[in-house]
Every structure is written in structure tokens, then in C-alpha cells.
Design a protein around this ligand. Structure first.
Ligand SMILES: *Cc1c(COP(=O)(O)O)cnc(C)c1O
Length: 386
């Protein structure tokens, strides 16, 4: 620990609590887990193992490579690959017993030609215009059984474009189209479950639950809603070491570009985290971040108080103005909180001009990672080296 510039703590007990909360909210539906992008940056292995221990049976990843890593950790369990089937990629999917989420008739034909070794999901677009088949393909599938001959369709899914905004009219439109699709297709695929909702969709009410829900960010403590609070427990704490505390004379500048100038004598803490650690450069004090109408720039919790970022965030370091904290409150070797109990991942996202989602998935590889389970070090995940 003493050698670590940054420490990232992932609370697996909080992940389990968030999973339990979603289970209550979506009672009656299966609650799967979306663990793509290394479980949103938190570590797919520890997260998926804990969720499996909580009873989660179905997992979603983005591509076959993620799926293959996950299969090595979870011999049981259904793993769906959201980005579908790449040309010629049926064999690697089959090798890891993965289920493609097929987004076109071409993908379906390839899976079928490869012998459809595992069940597959059919992905329909109901208004997002990202991936998925449309009404014409649904009609073709309903009319021509040869298109799916030999393929076990285990899931029919669609994805909501605006579930972060409960009042958005797109939600109701997509629900309506999804229901129409199911009416047309379910008689032909009686074993297929139906799934529409990501984290935000689950909170639009039971109409949106169908057979299975697909939460991602909410499991990891991020806010799936825009502009309103959320009930999930925070999961991630990111801390950076104080490398030095220095005095800066009035008029002196700090950092690249000399953009931050001390109005009076100032005390500056130099922190061991920069944009290579996912502490975005847009958190610099002189670059416009995302806070509407407010000041730009990030802040950190350090020495018992908040301190604003001073100057530009660089690759491996950032500076914080700790002049307002009592002298001696911040010392070389202390840890500053970048994300944690005082600064939510969503606040960081807002200040950086992005979302909590992007902050989580951008957490760098340099952090020393610790996993805790219900307050204690996780012996299984930390291998005793914590
Ligand atoms: C990423 C993703 C999810 C999870 O979304 P969250 O907003 O993180 O809950 C669910 N379904 C699909 C198709 C996705 O791509």
C-alpha cells in the first residue's frame, strides 16, 4: 500500500446490495447483470463472481473476447454478447459457450450456418436506431420458419434510448413497439424470454420489466437518471497520494500553460493522479467542464475538507488548492479522495462534462485495486496481498 500512488477500492458488498435492491424493484422478473467493459471498469472477475454468489444467472458482455474471459471465471451461467456476431466469429463464441445477441438476418444466417451451437437472442430496434432488426425483419421471421430453423431463440430484446428521463415520450413509444413485436413473435418462439430495460428502464414501472431486466451502471453505484437522486449504494472509492505540499507566492502560476495564478499566498497539494488514471483533463480549473452556469473544474476531498483543482490536470499529476484548509491539515503521503463518500462518481462526471458511466469505465490501470466485502478486505479477490 505504501508504494501505491493511487488506490481504488471496490465494495463488492455494495454491488450485492444494489443487486438486491433491483431484485425488489423488479420482483417477478429475472435480474441479469451487464458486466461489459470490465464491469464498467471495476473488474469483471470479482464483480461477476460476487453477483453469481448472489444468485445472478445471466450476464451480458459487449464482445466475444470479454465473453471468453468471463466464461473462464464462470463455468455455469448464460453469457450473452451484446455486440452480436462478427463475420466469421461463430467458432470463438461457440468455444466459450457464448450466446450472440443477433442484430440482423445476416448474423442469424451465419449462426445458423455454423450449426447454431448455443441459443441466441434476437435484438430488435424499437426507436434507438443503434443495433437491432426492425419491423420488416420481425415480419419475415414470423412468416418464414426456415430463417430460424435449428436456432434456439432464448431471448428477444430491445434497448431504451431515454430511460434516464422518466417523462420522455420515447419510453412509451418503445414499450408499445416492443409489445407489438412480442405479440407477433412469441407464438413462434415460445421459449424466448423478453427483455427491454436497463437500469433506468427498471424504474419506469412493472410494465417495463417483462421476463428479464439488464442493469449495469446501477449495480456499480452510478446514477441511471438525469437530474434526480438515485437509491444505489456507492461502490467505488478512488484515492490519490499527496506527493508534495508547496507554497506559492502571490502572482505565481501552477501547472502547464500557467493558467492558474495565486491571488494571494497559496498552498498547493500535488496529487499522484492525472488523466492517465481517468482523472479527466476537463477537470482542470481553466477548462470548461460540464457544470451548467457554474464554475468549471474538479475538486477533491483532502485533509478534512474540499479543495478545488488548481491549473491543468496533467497525465500523472493534478494539483489542488488547499489554502482554505488549516495549515498542516494536508501532508506529504496523505491520500486525497477523488471519488468516494464525499464526491460521487456522478459529481465527477458532471464536473468533467460527461457522465458517471464514462468516469467509471475510464478508471486507469495504474491504481492499486482493493476489493472489500461488507466492510472487510476480500481475501478471495485480493489474494492476501492487501
Ligand atoms: C449497456 C447496456 C445495458 C446496461 O445499461 P445501464 O444503463 O448501465 O443499466 C443494458 N442493455 C444494453 C443493450 C446495453 O448496451
Amino acid at each position: 500500500m505504501a508504494a501505491a500512488g493511487g488506490i481504488l477500492t471496490v465494495d463488492l458488498g455494495a454491488v450485492a446490495a444494489n443487486y438486491a435492491l433491483i431484485r425488489r424493484e423488479a420482483a417477478g422478473a429475472e435480474v441479469s447483470a451487464v458486466v461489459k467493459a470490465d464491469a464498467y471498469g471495476l473488474g469483471m472477475g470479482p464483480v461477476a463472481r460476487r453477483l453469481a454468489a448472489e444468485g445472478c444467472r445471466t450476464f451480458f458482455v459487449a464482445d466475444a473476447r470479454e465473453g471468453t474471459s468471463l466464461r473462464a471465471l464462470l463455468p455455469q451461467g448464460d453469457i450473452y454478447v451484446l455486440n452480436g456476431l462478427f463475420p466469421g466469429a461463430a467458432a470463438p463464441l461457440a468455444q466459450a459457450a457464448l450466446r450472440p445477441v443477433l442484430a440482423s438476418l445476416a448474423e442469424l444466417a451465419e449462426w445458423q450456418a455454423a450449426g447454431a451451437p448455443f441459443p441466441a437472442a434476437l435484438h430488435f430496434d424499437t426507436g434507438m436506431n443503434r443495433l437491432g432488426m426492425g419491423e420488416a425483419e420481425a415480419e419475415a421471421l414470423a412468416q418464414d420458419p426456415s430463417l430460424t430453423a435449428g436456432v434456439e431463440v432464448s431471448l428477444i430484446l430491445s434497448h431504451l434510448a431515454c430511460s434516464d428521463e422518466a417523462a420522455h415520450p420515447r419510453n412509451g413509444e418503445q414499450l408499445h413497439r416492443f409489445r407489438a413485436l412480442l405479440t407477433r413473435l412469441q407464438p413462434h418462439f415460445p421459449k424466448a424470454k423478453a427483455s427491454l430495460s436497463n437500469s433506468g428502464g427498471i424504474f419506469l414501472g412493472p410494465d417495463y420489466h417483462f421476463d428479464m431486466v439488464r442493469p449495469g451502471v446501477s449495480l456499480y453505484g452510478g446514477n441511471p437518471f438525469t437530474g434526480r437522486p438515485h437509491p444505489f449504494r456507492p461502490v467505488v472509492t478512488a484515492q490519490a497520494r499527496v506527493l508534495a505540499v508547496r507554497e506559492v507566492a502571490p502572482g505565481d502560476s501552477v501547472g502547464y500553460g500557467a493558467t492558474w495564478k495565486a491571488a494571494r499566498k497559496a498552498r498547493i497539494a500535488v496529487l499522484a493522479a492525472g488523466y492517465a488514471d481517468g482523472f479527466f483533463r476537463s477537470l482542470s480549473s481553466d477548462l470548461p467542464g460540464g457544470i451548467s452556469g457554474g464554475e468549471s473544474g474538479g475538486r477533491v476531498y483532502i485533509g478534512g475538507g474540499m479543495a478545488p483543482v488548481a491549473g491543468r490536470v496533467s497525465m500523472d499529476m493534478a494539483m489542488a488548492d488547499v489554502s482554505n484548509l488549516p495549515e498542516g491539515a494536508v501532508k506529504r503521503g496523505d491520500m486525497a479522495e477523488l471519488i468516494g463518500p464525499h464526491i460521487s462518481v456522478d459529481e465527477v462526471g458532471l464536473r468533467a462534462g460527461t457522465l458517471g458511466y464514462e468516469i467509471l469505465t475510464a478508471l486507469g490501470a495504474r491504481y492499486m485495486r482493493r476489493y472489500i466485502e461488507d466492510g472487510k478486505e476480500s481475501a478471495a479477490e485480493n489474494g492476501g496481498e492487501a
